[in-house]
Design a binder for this molecule. Structure first.
Ligand SMILES: CC(C)(COP(=O)(O)OP(=O)(O)OC[C@H]1O[C@@H](n2cnc3c(N)ncnc32)[C@H](O)[C@@H]1OP(=O)(O)O)[C@@H](O)C(=O)NCCC(=O)NCCS
Length: 183
């Protein structure tokens, strides 16, 4: 069952990519900072994609911290993806990261909307915000979970370079850290 759903989603993504090549970008979208009314749906989407972050997602997406900015991408008015610009914070000191350094986080596009260029738009948006804040170095933490392989490829395409890998005792995945100097 799961395999046939995955095959269906993959076929949909391929046909969207072909559609995009021949007919251009789907323009029926907007990117805005996250609104109160989007949070419930986005928390559900992010919990499904990042179950290992379950205990943080709720607090992070609802955060009023001025150092946290989350963008939502809406398709026909409905949230279908998000990205964030935050600081590592104290939790990351355990793997040697500086709590004050800026990191791209909570990046996802819903499966049926992938491969249409929306992820690229969100990456551009977050880098634009980082530059406007005078941030000269942007970090990313990702994992070796197979479902994040596409993201890793996208990051390298954007010029992020591998920095380090970290295994933690209570986690069954490896954290990869990447970094880019923003010009
Ligand atoms: C990473 C993610 C946000 C990209 O979103 P997206 O909207 O599909 O991205 P884009 O359409 O802009 O595609 C960007 C690149 O991803 C790659 N890509 C997209 N869909 C792909 C697919 N189905 N298979 C392989 N590569 C794919 C392509 O290399 C594409 O680059 P191209 O322009 O050279 O073709 C999305 O795949 C996702 O939500 N993944 C799961 C969550 C995740 O891993 N988040 C990051 C955690 S660190």
């Amino acid at each position: 069952m799961v395999q046939s759903i995955n095959a269906f989603v993959k076929r949909k993504q391929i046909s969207k990519r072909i559609h995009t090549i021949f007919f251009g970008m789907d323009r029926d979208y907007e990117i805005e900072t996250i609104q109160e009314s989007d949070i419930k749906e986005l928390i559900e989407q992010n919990c499904a994609i990042f179950p290992h972050l379950g205990k943080y997602i709720n607090d992070d997406l609802k955060s009023n911290d001025p150092d946290c900015t989350y963008f939502v991408l809406k398709h026909k008015g409905r949230p279908v993806g998000n990205i964030g610009l935050t600081k590592f914070g104290k939790d990351y000191e355990i793997i040697g990261m500086n709590a004050e350094d800026w990191v791209l986080g909570y990046f996802q596009i819903q499966p049926l909307h992938r491969g249409k260029g929306f992820g690229t738009l969100l990456m551009n948006k977050v880098e634009e915000l980082a530059r406007s804040k005078g941030i000269d170095k942007l970090w990313i933490d990702t994992t070796d979970r197979p479902q994040e392989a596409v993201a890793y490829k996208l990051y390298t395409k954007f010029g992020y370079a591998f920095n380090s890998s970290h295994s933690l005792p209570d986690f069954d995945y490896v954290i990869h850290i990447l970094v880019k100097e923003l010009k």
